[in-house]
Design a protein. Structure first.
Length: 118
């Protein structure tokens, strides 16, 4: 398994800057989600949408992945996340919250990466 992971890492190199930018956006999404805790109804809706995106991430990326692989999935995340939320957890005004939801889901999911470092 380690050899296969190293081969995947070598064949799919991502710039350090691109990875840092993605992780910054994810952290910001996590912070923005937490600022909504004061509005219980809205927060529950957002968390439900984050859960939908996380489920879709699990399906797309799997259970063994690197932060770089996750960042690559983030590149086209808007399209598939939009469809997943529209199908499974639309709420009032949900499209305007999609970037927050997407980033917060990736922020949480990165913790399961084999190379995750806070």
């Amino acid at each position: 398994m380690a050899r296969a992971l190293l081969q995947r890492l070598a064949s799919r190199a991502m710039s350090t800057d691109a990875l840092a930018l993605a992780r910054h956006e994810w952290a910001e999404g996590g912070r923005r989600l937490e600022t909504e805790r004061g509005d219980g109804r809205r927060y529950r809706q957002l968390v439900e949408q984050v859960d939908v995106v996380t489920d879709e991430l699990r399906r797309r990326v799997g259970g063994v992945y690197t932060v770089a692989e996750l960042a690559r999935a983030y590149r086209d995340g808007d399209a598939w996340a939009r469809q997943a939320v529209a199908d499974r957890a639309p709420g009032p005004g949900w499209p305007r919250d999609l970037s927050l939801v997407l980033a917060a889901a990736f922020h949480a999911y990165q913790r399961g990466a084999v190379d995750y470092m806070p």
